[in-house]
Design a protein around this ligand. Structure first.
Ligand SMILES: Nc1ncnc2c1ncn2[C@@H]1O[C@H](COP(=O)(O)OP(=O)(O)OP(=O)(O)O)[C@@H](O)[C@H]1O
Length: 311
């Protein structure tokens, strides 16, 4: 299956190292979310994919070959700084952009009509961009990224500032594009949305990819926590040396095991708890992407922090 591959991208702005050997892969048909703090390097990486910016080293490939101008023409891009012509009418703008990508006048018009309809801005075709609300400008931006039927989608914060209905519309479009075989890479600070929409997630910190993989895989790499509803953990936890108590409320305790030991220890915990009294509930607590993210960004990034798991 073809994939958009970012391999060992390095980029500095003067003394500031914005990207450090950043690698990730966006397979055709998958939605990959790119998350990280302000200034972590997401836009820089996306600009490099588009060729708006040149990497100091590293490579971007599509289907195994370096991305050249011809491939870049087939990328649908939503830049962070947006970039529509404020005084141009929505319809003119979209037709113009489609024509720039080589569509015939009639195909460009048909594409403009299609995407303004799908994105709920058909009524605004005759309006100048600057007269639209920010959310509607964003919908036009997405239409601009899609109007030439791109093979690859790279979207910098496409969901920022959208109302819930627009978020649903945008999510639906991204899902459809992925289902049609397009690799979709987008950045966002809305982690719940990323969790619900994406096949894989990359967490970037200070220019380094600290986690990359399927959400389920990323959760599995975390320290494990279990909820035990039964005898208070304080009465049995000492019999499982690798486990420690995180919190306790009434009969419910949350216990944690850090690192590799977590794989084998769940039965040991259950046995220890049952030896102390009846257990009514025992289950693994799965961290949400938000918890995972907080853990990653508040932990010091060192070379050993960097890990890649395959989905
Ligand atoms: N043209 C530039 N010149 C100098 N420094 C830059 C330039 N563009 C970005 N930077 C710096 O590079 C770092 C990465 O910025 P980038 O915009 O890629 O981050 P980001 O993850 O997209 O952030 P945000 O979530 O705030 O959009 C930041 O420290 C930023 O200040």
């Amino acid at each position: 299956m073809p994939a958009l591959t970012l391999e060992s991208l390095d980029k500095s702005y003067g003394d500031l190292r914005a990207l450090r050997e950043l690698s990730m892969e966006v397979p055709a048909g998958e939605i990959v979310g790119f998350v990280g703090s302000n200034g972590a390097g997401k836009s820089t990486a996306m600009r490099i994919v588009l060729g708006v910016l040149e990497a100091d080293s590293g490579e971007v490939r599509w289907d195994g070959r370096p991305v050249d101008l011809a491939v870049r023409q087939r990328i649908g891009y939503m830049p962070e700084e947006r970039g529509l012509y404020p005084r141009m009418k929505v319809s003119d703008q979209l037709v113009y952009l489609a024509r720039l990508h080589g569509l015939s006048p009639s195909s460009a018009k048909a594409a403009m009509e299609h995407w303004t309809e799908v994105l709920g801005i058909a009524e605004r075709r005759g309006d100048e961009i600057l007269k639209l609300s920010l959310g509607n400008q964003q919908r036009v931006q997405l239409a601009a990224a899609l109007v030439h039927s791109p093979e690859i989608l790279v979207l910098d914060e496409p969901f920022s500032g959208l109302d819930p209905v627009a978020v649903d519309v945008m999510s639906g479009v991204l899902r459809e594009q992925a289902a049609a075989g397009v690799p979709v890479l987008f950045s966002s600070h809305q982690l719940e949305l990323v969790e619900s929409l994406c096949d894989r997630v990359g967490i970037i910190k200070s220019g380094s990819m600290v986690k990359f993989g399927g959400i389920e895989e990323l959760r599995r790499t975390e320290d494990r926590r279990w909820v035990v509803d039964g005898p208070p953990a304080s009465t049995w936890i000492s019999t499982v040396p690798s486990a420690h108590l995180v919190s306790s409320q009434g009969t419910r305790s949350v216990v944690e095991v850090r690192g590799q030991a977590a794989d084998a220890v769940d039965q040991e915990i259950l046995r220890a708890a049952m030896a102390a009294g009846p257990v009514h509930e025992f289950g693994l607590l799965r961290p949400s992407l938000t918890e995972l993210y907080r853990h990653v960004v508040t932990t010091d990034a060192t070379a050993t922090d960097r890990e890649t798991v395959s989905a």
